[in-house]
Design a protein around this ligand. Structure first.
Ligand code: PRX
Length: 640
């Protein structure tokens, strides 16, 4: 833990304003959040701020609003109608600039397209699109008519897409003919066709044109977006929805093989994101904001679409890879659009760091004022490089800790209120209204310097409304480890000054290049390969990606281990889960280390995978004896 604190100008200290607001927010949370909620435009004011039937929270009950109205209509009624909403940069260098009035026009027309295909309030629409303007426009168009969107990251496989469609029972799938990835086309329509075959609920497929492809179009089911737009109405009134109406479902990995459909409701989610976006990014009218995440993740939902657009911010949306066609592509984009707020992941920073400073120095990055980091802990070395080389030692870094489940940022410096003196690698303090603590196994707060589990002790408006179709799993996953507290699944520690340091996952969830994936999901994919009997997955530290995947597999009788078989299994995993999860190592072993009751000894796998010692064996979480664990460790080490 690096303890150097970097202080910026005196307006950030003595840090009284934040403390006052934070304390007030916890003393009377309902009053605090009601004040924040008044910053949005409601068609009908709420009757009750919070209806808390643990563990189910309903926020701003009785209130009515519309998310597309907040993000678009509100602005076109003001001078912002001519303000830039989206600077879009395509991977090959083509670009588009959309003003708020253009965005308004498209959101209306796209909403009409959906309506004419029979989509109404409460229906689910699956969006499987690359990073093109059509993606945020479709999200807002769904919200406009009260439909629920479920965005599926366009790097996912047909099976992953079909699983999500089947779980939500989406009736429309929106895709593109193709998407760019490093100069090549990914045939999204073909993948969508395969997914649609596995998804009986799909009635229509809308195809946006990006790649000039001529995919097969199934009559009566498939429509080109441009044909539908020709016949669309110019205006669709925003449908007022209840605050508790779902805005979207977004899938994320947990500790079982089945991803969880995290549901976010309209009112609480928007109120929370409107507030935290201002606190964290100190957004100003003249800011140009760029978050490099894919819209397919929660960061994209809250920090590209709903948070910034609620504020009428000008955002950059970039289609391609950070280092394509040249390794300074991102720095070029910052210079081109005069980006003032830049928000990215530690993995990307570590990758770009490797290309050296002179690639950065070629560009004028003097417009930058604030930098952000998200998705995994940022190591002090990457933090300092980001601070010095990208931020020119003048931009504070907001290290934002949050999750798909929390809806928006929970722990982060808050320059929009008053920025804490920063410590490289610490997310600093919880934002107002976020009652975060670190507890031990019995749920008791731990003293400073002691590692424990990060929990949230009271509800907040951005919290998930539930897991789609599975209230029992919702309760078990988040509210049963420590009754009455939301369990985040993360380890953390507070230092003597009260700063929070996030220490990674406490459960069987991996973070590969910031992407979240359960070990069991990967194991299921490996086992579905014809040559494999059993598999277990561990991770090892990776200097760029944070963690990388290591697979231990036992083969069917008669199967011979070979490099070709390893490649075959890797390809199989990619096609099942998508390219995000390609294992770095596959080891074939005679048997997996297990306890007598058949539980895989995960710490043995992890130690062997990361070539480290087995470590302290005094606190065994399973019933294996110290000797058994040691023996299993030695045996496995010999085999790999
Ligand atoms: O382990 C934490 C890590 O990412 C997890 C949430 O992943 P996901 O739902 O995909 O959302 C990522 C983007 C919001 C957390 O449980 N994480 C996220 N941000 C940080 C982090 N770990 C350390 N520091 C962060 N700033």
């Amino acid at each position: 833990m690096e303890e150097t604190s970097l202080s910026f100008d005196s307006r950030y200290w003595p840090f009284k304003k934040y403390t006052e607001i934070y304390n007030r927010s916890l003393q009377d949370p309902e009053r605090f959040w009601a004040e924040e909620a008044r910053k949005l435009d409601w068609f009908k004011t709420w009757d009750t701020v919070l209806d808390w039937q643990p563990p189910f929270a309903r926020w701003f009950v009785g209130g009515e609003l519309n998310a597309s109205y907040q993000c678009v209509d509100r602005h076109v009624k003001t001078w912002r109608r001519s303000k830039v909403a989206i600077y879009w940069e395509g991977e090959p260098g083509d670009s588009q600039v959309l003003s708020y009035s253009t965005l308004y026009r498209w959101v209306n027309k796209f909403a009409s397209v959906l309506q004419k295909l029979g989509v109404g309030k409460g229906d689910t629409v699956a969006l499987y699109l690359p990073m093109i303007p059509e993606l945020p426009i479709f999200m807002l168009a769904c919200a406009r008519i009260g439909a629920v969107h479920t965005v599926v990251f366009s790097g996912f496989s047909a099976q992953a897409l079909a699983d999500r469609i089947n779980d939500t029972q989406a009736k429309i799938l929106v895709t593109a003919d193709a998407g760019f990835r490093r100069g090549k086309f990914v045939q999204l329509k073909n993948i969508s066709d395969e997914a649609a075959r596995l998804s009986p609920s799909i009635e229509s497929v809308i195809v946006a044109r990006r790649g000039n492809m001529t995919p097969e179009m199934k009559p009566g089911r498939d429509y080109w977006l441009h044909d539908l737009l020709d016949k669309a109405d110019a205006h669709v009134s925003p449908v007022p929805v209840e605050s508790t109406h779902p805005l979207y479902i977004l899938y994320t990995s947990g500790t079982t093989g089945k991803p969880k459909g995290i549901v976010h409701n309209t009112g609480g989610y928007l109120v929370f994101n409107n507030s935290v976006y201002k606190w964290v990014f100190d957004i100003k009218e003249e800011s140009v904001y760029w978050c490099t995440a894919d819209v397919g993740w929660v960061t994209g939902h809250s920090s590209i679409v709903y948070g910034p657009l609620c504020h009428g911010a000008a955002i950059v949306l970039y289609e391609g890879a950070p280092d394509y066609p040249t390794v300074d592509r991102w720095w070029d984009i910052i210079e081109k659009y005069g980006v003032s707020i830049f928000y990215t992941s530690p993995t990307a920073i570590r990758m770009l760091m490797r290309y050296g400073e002179d690639k950065v120095k070629r560009h004028d990055l003097s417009t930058l004022e604030l930098l952000g980091s998200v998705g995994e802990a940022i190591n002090p070395e990457a933090w300092l490089w980001y601070y010095k080389v990208i931020g020119g030692e003048r931009c504070p870094i907001v290290d934002t800790w949050w999750q798909t489940e929390t809806g928006g940022t929970m722990i982060s410096p808050a320059p929009g209120i008053e920025c804490a003196p920063l410590k490289p690698g610490s997310a600093t303090f919880p934002l107002p209204g976020v009652n975060a603590d670190i507890v031990d196994d019995s749920g008791k707060s731990v003293p400073p310097g002691q590692k424990g589990y990060l929990v949230i002790k009271t509800p907040w408006p951005g919290m998930l409304a539930g897991i789609h179709g599975d209230p029992v799993r919702y309760k078990e996953t988040y509210w049963s480890k420590f009754p009455g507290m939301f369990y985040t699944g993360d380890y953390a520690i507070k230092d003597k000054d009260g700063y929070f340091w996030l220490l990674g996952r406490a459960d069987e969830v991996l973070k590969i290049a910031g992407h979240r994936i359960g070990t069991i999901e990967i194991e299921d994919a490996v086992v579905s390969h014809q040559s494999v009997v059993e598999a277990a997955v561990a991770s090892k530290p990776d200097p760029v990606k944070g963690e990388s995947v290591v697979v231990f597999a036992t083969l069917k009788q008669g199967e011979v281990p070979s490099p070709e078989l390893k490649d075959g299994i890797k390809r199989h995993i990619r096609s099942t889960l998508g390219p995000v999860v390609t294992p770095d190592e596959i080891y074939f072993v005679a048997k997996l280390p297990k306890t007598r009751s058949g539980k895989i000894m995960r710490r043995v796998l992890k130690a062997v995978a990361s070539e480290s010692q087995i470590g302290d064996l005094t606190t065994l979480e399973d019933e294996a004896s110290v000797d058994e664990v040691k023996k299993a460790y030695e045996q496995l080490k010999k085999e790999v």
